[in-house]
Design a protein. Structure first.
Length: 275
């Protein structure tokens, strides 16, 4: 184990190292492609949901490296879809989370890689290891089940529970205008009740920021499994909770993250606002 590496339980150590190494390598590739210039190559769920050549190149690199290292594992990636495995472990990958930031050369983008056990569904999976590499910030967040969350070699801890009116929260907005309308209405109801609301443009870094104590909490409707897999493990391993509405499991419907006491309060407020 390299100096400065967090100690991990046997089994997840290999997954953690692989997640981290591949996230860092894909991040370096994406950063180099960014310096060479970036263009929108296509759109997905809506005209503002874009894909660049770097999204595809980074996912190809990640998929290839993981398949070479662990050929029996499954894969679920934003750009190339799902591939079944035989080991019971699936890699859930967002090659660039925060693509719009990446396009505009804002630094909040990351490569997010997690290994999960079970179906690649946030409601039922058991996340084993995850990495969020943010090259433009020079930061790599890692977590493995039962061994804590780390930024480099620094152990992470969520902030102590804040009263809602002192809580700094972050959220995100869906690419679909119809869902955004409801999100804007909910945000308008929340803003007068909290310290402030950030929209950083990357759910993986938002969740990593909750784990690092840089935000009190985070909520977002409409997240896909790859947006949240690694980040949710970071929050859980930093002593936080990640739930859906009404204490349900996190899902596309809603993800709420933070100190468990804050998550309960925020959950109630979101329900009261019809989120
Ligand atoms: C998006 C970002 C954004 C969030 C969106 C995600 P992408 O991921 O995480 O912050 O608000 O819901 O889809 O498209 O940049 O990978
Ligand atoms: Ca994403
Ligand atoms: Ca993405």
């Amino acid at each position: 184990m390299a100096p400065g590496w967090p100690s991990v339980t046997p089994g997840t150590g290999e997954l953690l190292r692989l997640a981290r190494d591949v996230a860092v390598e894909a991040g370096e590739l994406a950063a180099r492609l960014r310096r060479e210039g970036v263009e929108v190559q296509g759109t997905k769920s809506s005209p503002i949901d874009i894909v660049t050549a770097a999204d595809r190149a980074a996912e190809d690199l990640v998929r290839g490296r993981l398949a070479a290292a662990r050929p029996g594992d499954g894969f679920l990636g934003e750009e190339s879809g799902a591939g079944a495995g035989t080991s019971g472990i699936t890699w859930v990958v967002d090659p660039i989370d925060g693509t719009v930031n990446y396009l505009y050369d804002l630094p909040n983008w990351s490569v997010s890689i997690a290994a999960v056990e079970g179906e690649p569904d946030p409601g039922t999976w058991r996340a084993l290891a995850g990495a969020v590499a943010a090259p433009a910030l020079g930061e790599v967040f890692t977590a493995s089940s039962g061994s804590g969350a780390h930024l480099g070699d620094r152990a992470l801890q969520v902030r102590p529970p804040a009263a809602l009116d002192r809580a700094l929260l972050s959220t995100g907005f869906h690419y679909t205008q119809e869902i955004r309308g409801n999100q804007a209405r909910v945000a308008a109801g929340i803003i007068p009740r909290i310290r402030d609301l950030r929209r950083t443009g990357g759910a993986a870094i938002d969740l990593a920021s909750v784990a690092a104590g840089r935000l009190d909490g985070f909520f977002e409707q409409g997240l896909n499994p790859w947006d949240q897999a690694a980040g949710a493990l970071l929050v859980a391993e930093a002593g936080g909770a990640v739930t859906g509405l009404g204490g349900a499991a996190p899902s596309q419907r809603m993800v709420i993250a933070g100190h468990p006491a804050l998550v309960r309060e925020l959950d109630e407020l979101l329900q009261a606002l019809g989120a």
